[in-house]
Design a protein around this ligand. Structure first.
Ligand code: ATP
Length: 308
């Protein structure tokens, strides 16, 4: 097990003309984990990944991939790093599965092509040329090409964009299997559910910088308040409830008989609320706890929606 990270990005700056796409971005990707780079359109995710893949040179800052320089050491990195290309690098007239077999033969210890083809539902496209595949099939083929060589590190740029739910799930399963086999995975997405489902670590990128980083649980918990909801008779005396709650809590009745309490969530909070209900002779119906999602965290940090 390596102690050093799979990817280390420090102070990365990348400009396109006078547009700064990446603006001092720091990112550490741990080995053997799935790291999601999450952010809205135009945040700089693709530019960052393409720099890590060696396709773009930093204007400032440094990028190390498996301890090497992605541009200067490209030859050494190529067999060790899987890259999901959208369509570039693929000969459009080539037959899909043949292309995959060819790629597999270029590697010392490839995955079994037939198994991979079956898992990604590509069996029906065996003799079809790349250009005649549907968008979703092209995408799954690109994923297969990225992983068939059994790389140590894989970059997946929005691997499930435009896929149907079944193909999306197959992709997630494949990514989890890569982790099980010790592969480090970097996946960009602007779907917070994808990050929550897949990632051990999440880096939230906005305007060319990482604005928060941690496990999904840490990000949703850090400094975060959760909310408690229940239903009961309308018009309860919320002032008396607020008195027994920790400082900084809030209580509201957004609709008659529906209550929402915002406070740091711990077992004591639940005990306090139910004790107050008991002493008030109120049966709290539909008592639920709502944890914050990554989407809420993003909204709090930026005041904007992830999808905007
Ligand atoms: P998305 O989720 O939409 O893919 P992203 O987070 O991957 O977005 P990038 O594609 O890295 O973001 O783009 C960051 C910014 O740089 C955007 O404002 C984009 O318009 C701009 N940009 C990206 N590529 C180029 C280019 N080749 N020339 C000029 N501007 C570019």
């Amino acid at each position: 097990m390596h102690a050093d990270p799979a990817v280390e990005v420090t102070g990365l700056v990348k400009r396109y003309g006078d547009k700064t796409a990446v603006d001092g971005l720091d990112l550490t990707v741990r080995r053997g984990a799935i790291t999601a780079v999450l952010g809205p359109n135009g945040a700089g995710k693709t530019t960052t990944i393409e720099t890590c893949e060696g396709y773009r040179r930093p204007d400032a800052g440094t990028v190390r991939v498996l301890g090497l320089d992605p541009v200067a050491d490209a030859r050494q990195l190529r067999p060790r790093v899987g890259v999901m290309l959208q369509s570039g690098g693929v000969y459009a007239g080539a037959r899909a599965v043949e292309m995959l077999r060819h790629t597999a033969r270029l590697h010392a210890d490839p995955l079994d092509v037939d198994t991979l083809v079956e898992r990604l539902g590509l069996d029906s496209c065996g003799r079809t040329s790349y250009r005649r595949l549907s968008g979703g099939q092209q995408q799954r083929l690109a994923l297969a090409m990225a992983v068939v060589g059994r790389p140590e590190l894989v970059f997946l740029d929005e691997p499930t964009a435009g896929l149907d739910p079944q193909a999306r799930r197959a992709t997630w399963d494949l990514v989890r299997d890569l982790r099980r086999d010790g592969v480090s995975v970097v996946v960009t997405t602007h779907h917070m559910d994808e990050a929550e489902q897949l990632a051990d670590r999440v880096a939230i990128v906005d305007r060319g910088r990482v604005i928060a980083e941690g496990s999904p649980e840490e990000l949703c918990r850090d400094g975060a308040e959760s909310s408690l909801h229940f239903e009961g008779p309308a018009g309860l005396d919320l002032g008396s409830l607020l008195k027994v709650l920790p400082d900084g809590s809030s209580v509201a009745e957004p609709r008659p008989g529906t209550y929402r309490i915002e406070a740091p969530l711990d077992p004591q909070l639940l005990a306090t609320v139910t004790a107050w209900c008991a002493s008030s002779g109120v049966m709290p119906e539909k008592l639920t706890v709502q944890r914050r999602s990554l989407e809420d965290v993003f909204l709090d940090l930026t005041g904007r929606d992830l999808r905007s």
